[in-house]
Design a protein around this ligand. Structure first.
Ligand SMILES: *Cc1c(COP(=O)(O)O)cnc(C)c1O
Length: 368
């Protein structure tokens, strides 16, 4: 028997609000009197078109997305965007600037040059500078105003790093392209500071399968008709997101999450709760007298993915095992990192974080 409640600290696919799952359950066989499931209806039906329309409108409302930005729900995950941004936005450019700050931006950096002759210039390297325990400040990024764009990851899901102050470039600088997968909708950001924002849904929004792309309209002029339509932002937009079959069910669940966010007071309220959750957990780590360790510079600590370890591999493993039997699930760190990682996205409650801290303190009393 599993204990209840269960708190799910998975980094992704991650926790969803219980009320969203309950709604999905109740609508599983009969969506809104149609007699069938969202999973089994045509993506071109009025019913699904309305689901997609409202998902987009609610996302626009939550993020305050200006009218000169287009929104797409694509497939292929955030990983596909590593290449799509280059294919679509770097035509006719010699260089893109890439900021490496952790696992995901490192992978993006290694992929962006494929299928393109563009020079992927390393604008900053947080691994070489700080061993991924701090973030290179925007003022130190080596950017060429003539680059096609500047790519960065705002929250490094694996290394537990987050730009606490949202990066912004001066006028005349290339557009910022931001992987927001593991923090989208967790705090207020100014969309117009970005050229493109993208995010796989499975961290802070919904199930895997949908990828959100928010793109400034004028950048679509760069999309060449030589790009196959399935990878072409402009083609997707011209077909209203229906170039081919979108991930209908993940979009439906994402839409339910957007409405849940609205009912919780929107992004502003989320930011307040997320700040409190992160502060509480980091304080517990810092006040453990060195039993729990997080080496990330305080100004770069992620409010979404909190990493910690005991300095002893066997003890870390015991922590992962014992916490599981207490209903604290999926706390094992990323495979290359070891230790623990608590992902505390929007849907994780303060009670969940407090339950984790109670367990951490008890574990320390027994093994400290
Ligand atoms: C998980 C993650 C990815 C990879 O997402 P996929 O949807 O699996 O391609 C990319 N970037 C960040 C920041 C992530 O957290």
């Amino acid at each position: 028997m599993l204990p209840t409640p269960i708190y799910n600290f998975s980094a992704g696919p991650a926790i969803l609000p219980e009320s969203v799952l309950r709604t999905a359950q109740s609508e599983m066989f009969d969506y809104n009197g149609t007699g069938f499931s969202v999973m089994t209806m045509s993506h071109r039906s009025d019913v699904f078109m309305s689901i997609l329309y409202h998902a987009e409108q609610d996302l626009r409302q939550l993020m305050d997305i200006p009218d000169n930005y287009k929104v797409l729900f694509l497939q292929g995950g955030a990983s596909a965007q590593f290449n799509m941004v280059v294919m679509n936005l770097a035509n006719g450019f010699k260089r893109v600037d890439s900021v490496v700050t952790g696992n995901w931006s490192r992978i993006a950096h290694s992929q962006m040059g494929k299928l393109s002759d563009v020079d992927v210039h390393l604008a900053a390297h947080g691994g070489e500078q700080f061993n991924y325990t701090n973030l290179p400040p925007v003022s130190s990024w080596d950017i060429d105003p003539k680059s096609a764009f500047v790519h960065f990851v705002i929250n490094e899901t694996v290394h537990g790093l987050q730009y606490r102050e949202v990066p912004k470039l001066e006028d005349g600088m290339p557009p910022l392209v931001c992987d927001m997968s593991s923090e989208i909708l967790s705090r207020k950001i100014n969309v117009s500071d970005f050229g493109v924002i993208y995010a796989g849904a499975q961290k802070n929004i919904g199930p895997s399968g949908a990828t959100i792309v928010i793109i400034r309209e004028d950048l679509l002029d760069r999309c060449s008709s030589h790009i196959p339509d399935v990878w072409n932002y402009k083609a997707h937009i011209e077909k209203q997101g229906m170039y081919n079959t979108p991930a209908t069910y993940p979009i439906y669940i994402s839409g339910l999450v957007f409405r849940w966010l609205q009912s919780q007071g929107g992004v502003e309220q989320m930011e307040t709760i997320n700040t409190l959750k992160a502060k509480t957990l980091y304080e517990a780590i810092d006040n453990s007298g060195g039993f729990y360790i997080n080496k990330v510079h305080p100004g770069a600590r992620s409010k979404m993915n909190v990493i910690f370890h005991t300095g002893n591999k066997e003890l870390d493993e015991l922590f992962a095992q014992e916490s599981t039997t207490r209903g604290l699930q999926l706390l094992r760190g990323y495979k290359s990192m070891g230790g623990m990682r608590a992902s505390i996205y929007n849907a994780m409650t303060l009670q969940g974080v407090e339950a984790l801290i109670d367990f951490m303190q008890e574990f320390q009393r027994r093994y400290g």
